[in-house]
Design a binder for this molecule. Structure first.
Ligand code: PLP
Length: 298
């Protein structure tokens, strides 16, 4: 099944896999670190957002839906990506946004509107009930039977899309790391790994212990089983979702100076700082080949 018009949208797949060179922090521990550059898949559908949308778009088209409807906060990357995907693949899009409308629109929502997305605002208590039949019925009737994607875009099809990533890396690596927002990306990557390979997720939110259950649930819905080859690190949120502190800012500046790549600080920088911290703690034996999935761009 191909998404409609996929042929006309140039996607860089498989995304490049490049080893970090000349980093004494790696050499000291004999660890090799490779970047899986999913941020280069497409300028408007970067990284894990494309992997999560891909099968949903082809399913929506196959089922005859003309409209995609999804949910998010005012700064959601998933809202942006859904808006872009709608324009590129010929769907109308509706973004259901948590909270009140604030004008002028922030850059994320302005971008979504420029892509043709219609925005609807739900007060916080209705928004909390967004996945209940009562609220969904109203939305489905209002918007002519849209294809509904959950908040953050993590459903079984999204997980299956992310499960394609490990095959692009091959069996020559030991550990694959990714940032964790809703857990869909980690659930998929872990599900796609081969025997003996491991996944580590780095939670970007504070108090994210609930995410383990979430990832188990997502794996169950996608694969009918939970794989036991993954773990979530909870200690690298740097103050919470979309927060940063001077340590993280310094890490980002240092990484750019060493490797010429500016990291997205909401997700990728927290994972990368976590990986270097685990290496420093001796968590990986000498000779371990670690892949860091660059899930999005700065
Ligand atoms: C959305 C996003 C994530 C989080 O992915 P989940 O599947 O929700 O865990 C990670 N990195 C980037 C760059 C993102 O935009």
């Amino acid at each position: 099944m191909e998404a409609p018009g996929r042929g006309q949208v140039a996607l860089s797949l498989p995304s490049p896999l490049v080893e970090l060179q000349g980093d004494d922090r790696l050499h000291r521990h004999g660890v090799r670190l490779l970047l899986k550059r999913d941020d280069l898949i497409h300028p408007e559908l970067p990284g894990n957002k494309w992997r999560k949308l891909s099968r949903n778009l082809s399913t929506a088209a196959a089922q005859g839906h003309r409209t995609l409807l999804t949910f998010g906060g005012a700064y959601s990357n998933h809202i942006r990506a859904t808006a872009a995907a709608g324009r590129l693949f010929g769907f109308s899009t509706v973004g259901v946004i948590r909270g009140e409308e604030r004008l002028p629109l922030n850059p994320s929502l302005r971008y979504a509107v420029q892509q043709g997305m219609q925005l609807v605002y739900l007060d916080r208590s209705t928004y909390r009930a967004k996945h209940t039949p009562a609220v969904q019925d109203v939305l489905r009737r209002t918007w002519d039977e849209p294809y509904v994607l959950p908040e953050g875009g993590s459903n079984a099809l999204a997980v299956l899309g992310c499960a394609e990533l490990p095959a692009e890396i091959g069996s020559d690596v030991d550990v694959v790391c990714c940032p964790v927002g809703t857990g869909g990306t980690l659930a998929g990557i872990a599900g796609g790994l081969g025997a003996g390979q491991q996944a580590i997720g780095f939670a970007v939110l504070k108090g994210a212990g609930f995410l383990c259950e979430e990832v188990r649930h997502l794996q169950g819905s996608a694969f009918g089983a939970v794989t036991e080859n993954w773990d979530i690190e909870l200690g690298f949120h740097f103050g919470g979702y979309a927060r940063q502190n001077p340590l993280l800012a310094e890490f980002v500046a240092d990484f750019e100076a060493r490797h010429g790549l500016r990291l997205d600080w909401v997700y990728v920088a927290k994972m990368m700082a976590g990986i270097f911290s685990l290496i420093e703690q001796g968590r990986f034996a000498a000779g371990t080949r670690v892949v860091a999935v660059v899930t999005g761009g700065a």
